[in-house]
Design a protein around this ligand. Structure first.
Ligand code: ZN
Length: 150
């Protein structure tokens, strides 16, 4: 069962929103707001420093960015399993890429590129067997040469 709960742990202000809001104020108040904000912002930084913590660094992901739901999913996964979803997925992708490379090598060795369109990239144009025009052709020729040498 999941007991993961999203927490409201940070106060985040987008600079452009703040700059826009402050610029709407009469000029005589703008400097005062920036000075006071500077003092407020420095307080937690000093507190962190005084308690031996490193400066806080964060990545902000806005709710309308395509990464938003994925980041929440990744945090939930780490909180529930102790494991990093990104690292797990990167390892899975690397393993799958390795498998694909092995299958492609097997297909090249079997002469699968002999029939167009190319099984690897779908190319079906002029210079099909010319590596300068169609990079897969280099793998095709290398695999065929290896077959002939054996
Ligand atoms: Zn190709």
């Amino acid at each position: 069962m999941s007991d993961f709960k999203r927490e409201n742990r940070y106060i985040v202000i987008k600079r452009s929103d703040l700059e826009g809001a402050v610029s709407d104020l009469p000029i005589k108040y703008q400097k005062k707001v920036w000075d006071q904000l500077g003092q407020v912002v420095s307080m937690p930084n000093k507190h962190r420093q005084n308690t031996g913590k490193s400066p806080l660094e964060c990545v902000i992901v806005e709710h309308d960015w395509p990464e938003y739901d994925y980041v929440w999913k990744a945090i939930k996964h780490r909180m529930e399993t102790g494991e990093c979803l990104f690292e797990q997925q990167q390892a899975r992708i690397a393993k799958l890429e390795h498998k694909v490379e092995k299958y492609e090598a097997t297909l090249f060795a079997a002469g699968a590129m002999g029939q167009s369109p190319c099984f690897k990239c779908g190319y079906n144009g002029p210079g099909y067997y010319q590596p300068g025009q169609h990079p897969c052709a280099a793998q095709h020729h290398a695999a065929i040469q290896l077959q002939e040498a054996e």
